[in-house]
Design a binder for this molecule. Structure first.
Ligand SMILES: C[S@@+](CC[C@H](N)C(=O)[O-])C[C@H]1O[C@@H](n2cnc3c(N)ncnc32)[C@H](O)[C@@H]1O
Length: 206
């Protein structure tokens, strides 16, 4: 891993993903988590302070970037639930079948190289009746915006740590074995339209 990926990128992502409109999105979904939670692509732990400690027992954060996790240390300290970090990609979830109550994924399905394999793994470890809670940016509904998303994506991916602008989030959830039960979508105010079309809600086993 080069200097940019190890030192610059986690700090860049921490700032870019901590803006006010994005934090407002997190507030809509993170408090829905219950029980034992698996957070996929936890990054620098921006969601940690938003969990409801009265309903969450434990958060297992999985992310291949240990450098990001080092930045999350302060956020993980002094919480009223246990937080554990696993330094692996979402395509390799090392947990038992049906062992978590909630899977949370925010702004990571854009980046995970094989999101369908990762989602199938999330479905495997989610207990029957459990929920996948998500908030992601992705493919916009307007053809003029989509066109620019597709054009810029190859360059964007290179400097944004593999993030894709144009993924079809509901389609990926379905392909990964989930049935979306609640879905909202909108362009976030104050965010460039190519990166600002958000999908958020929850899903259960299909
Ligand atoms: C844009 S950041 C979002 C971080 C965090 N989910 C958030 O909401 O702030 C994307 C994250 O996906 C992580 N990531 C990259 N490849 C991954 C993979 N294969 N599995 C899981 N996470 C991955 C990155 O390390 C990074 O932390």
């Amino acid at each position: 891993m080069g200097f940019y990926d190890k030192y610059v990128l986690p700090r860049f992502i921490n700032c870019a993903c901590g803006t006010k409109p994005i934090m407002k999105q997190r507030e809509k979904v993170v408090p829905l988590a219950r029980g034992t939670v698996l957070e996929i692509g936890i990054g620098t732990g921006l969601n940690l302070p938003l969990y409801d400690a009265s309903t969450v027992d434990r958060v297992i954060g999985l992310d291949p970037s240990e450098a990001s996790w080092e930045l999350a240390g302060a956020r993980a300290a002094h919480l009223d639930f246990d937080v554990e970090f696993i330094g692996l990609p979402g395509e390799q979830i090392p947990l038992e079948d049906a062992s978590v109550d909630t899977v949370l994924v925010t702004f990571a399905l854009c980046t995970i190289p094989d999101p369908v394999t990762a989602l199938k793994g999330m479905a495997r470890v989610l207990r029957p009746g459990g929920r996948l809670v998500f908030c992601e940016h992705g493919k916009a509904p307007d053809s003029s915006v989509c066109k620019w998303q597709d054009r810029i994506n190859p360059y964007w991916r290179r400097f944004a740590g593999g993030c894709n602008l144009n993924r079809d989030i509901p389609g990926l959830l379905e392909e990964g074995g989930f049935a979306v039960s609640e879905l909202q979508n909108a362009y976030l105010p104050g965010t460039p339209r190519i990166a600002g079309y958000n999908y958020w809600g929850s899903a259960a086993h299909a």
